[in-house]
Design a protein around this ligand. Structure first.
Ligand code: PLP
Length: 418
């Protein structure tokens, strides 16, 4: 079954008409498909099982992609671990039932409290991004009288040819430890009390569709693992990060079978546990923003569609210039197309969702679905312009239910004082 499909000219998610969702929960609203989450998780799992059945694998969902606790719980129930980047995400993942041993902590700027919690909970590994962080972690672990399980996140100097703002594996990016310095830092870590070396990690960027950048990074990692072995440092885990690309418009999604074959060839022979950190690949196509047309505004220069969703609800178009397809919920019978710029109501010129969208003239109140909004959508939202956080609705077959209520105005002010 297609997740998103028109039945009698009305766009549905699974078996629920989006007109029904709008009526019940109001707009704008995030709407997810449970099946889509499950299918994308299984795509990864099945490819790995098929090509490297003997490997010990941890699929650590990158929680920042879409962090609603119901979503983390759904993935946890399927066997996922978590890749987290903050104490807040640690709190969420634990509440969702993910075991500490399946949690990986990433990020360039972990605070002392975050490090302390990670050590106390004995998570799978802390991915260290600098020698300064290594020294700090050793100190905190010594004070606790414990050992911190660490991996070095190395920067393999690979240009994954993705958007400049989501490339992370080039020499000049802030992430990771220069691969040429890694051996020296591993040796240093090996002699530090409070530090237990368990692995190596990479994450070369996001929205990567080609296998080639991964292949090049894996070759470098395999070489590093061999050289470490010669130095007497044996790793347990190899964390290959996330960044697996999906289809927004016409670009190809990554082929997980192909990726699994490269993992089999280059990573599996190292006989370590293999960790993946997919975010976008699992969540991206699992959600949409359902929005309503406020005004079709016609000027001498352009036709604007002003919708009730804005950049604070879905930031990707305004931050990255990202393209999201926008579909009418009711298929129009009028075949004459006009060109529109689709914008939100926020007081920023950059509050634009699409610049050259061709569609039949819509009317006030018509509904639209902003597609492929499940990843870096709700999790990146803000209250800018004092707009409350949107509700999140999960569809499961014929069923639909709230996994987050629309934020009330009282809640929005709850932390403020006067
Ligand atoms: C953001 C991030 C991910 C997830 O990236 P996707 O492109 O969503 O798969 C994985 N690992 C790390 C370290 C990250 O920062």
């Amino acid at each position: 079954m297609q997740i998103y499909n028109y039945k009698e000219d009305i766009l549905h998610i699974e078996e629920v008409a989006l007109t029904k969702i709008a009526l019940q929960y109001g707009t704008p609203v995030y709407c997810y498909s449970k099946k889509a989450f499950k299918d994308s998780y299984k795509t990864i799992e099945n490819s790995l099982k098929k090509h490297i059945p003997e490997a010990d694998i941890l699929i650590a969902y990158a929680v920042k992609a879409s962090s609603n606790i119901a979503i983390i719980k759904l993935l946890s129930d399927m066997g996922a671990g978590a890749d987290i980047v903050s104490e807040g995400e640690l709190f969420r993942t634990e509440k969702a039932g993910i075991q500490s041993k399946n949690i990986v902590f990433s990020g360039v700027g972990k605070t002392d409290i975050e490090i302390k919690k990670a050590i106390e909970k004995e998570i799978c590994q802390i991915n260290i991004e600098s020698k300064e962080e290594l020294a700090n972690i050793a100190k905190i672990a010594q004070n606790l009288g414990k050992e911190a399980k660490i991996a070095l996140r190395v920067n393999p100097d690979i240009d994954a040819n993705t958007h400049d703002k989501i490339a992370t594996g080039r020499k000049g990016d802030k992430f990771g430890i220069d691969i040429d310095e890694a051996i020296a830092i591993y040796k240093q870590a090996n002699s530090m009390s409070g530090i237990k070396i368990v692995g190596v990690a990479i994450h070369i960027g996001s929205q990567i569709a080609k296998i080639e950048p991964f292949r090049r990074a894996f070759i470098k990692i395999a070489d590093l693992v061999h050289r470490l072995k010669e130095e007497g440092i044996k790793l347990k885990n190899i964390d290959i990060g996330g960044g697996f690309g999906i289809t927004y418009s016409s670009e190809k999604a990554i082929d997980f079978d192909e990726l699994a074959i490269v993992i089999k060839e280059l990573i599996a022979p190292l006989s370590c546990k293999i960790i993946l950190e997919p975010g976008r690949f699992i969540a991206g196509n699992s959600g949409i923003v359902l929005t309503k047309l406020l005004y079709a505004k016609h000027t001498k220069h352009k036709n604007f569609l002003i919708i009730d969703a804005a950049m604070n609800d879905l930031a990707r178009p305004s931050i990255y210039g990202a393209y999201h397809p926008i579909l009418p919920v009711k298929k129009a019978s009028d075949l004459q197309l006009k060109t529109y710029e689709i914008v939100g109501p926020v007081c920023e010129t950059g509050d634009i969702f699409a610049r050259n969208e061709q569609m039949p003239a819509p009317k006030h109140g018509d509904l639209f679905a902003i597609m492929v909004s499940g990843a870096y959508g709700a999790s990146m939202a803000s209250n800018y312009n004092s707009r409350p956080f949107l509700p999140e609705v999960m569809v499961d077959g014929k069923e639909h239910f709230l996994i987050r209520k629309r934020q009330s105005f009282f809640d929005m002010l709850a932390q403020e004082e006067f």
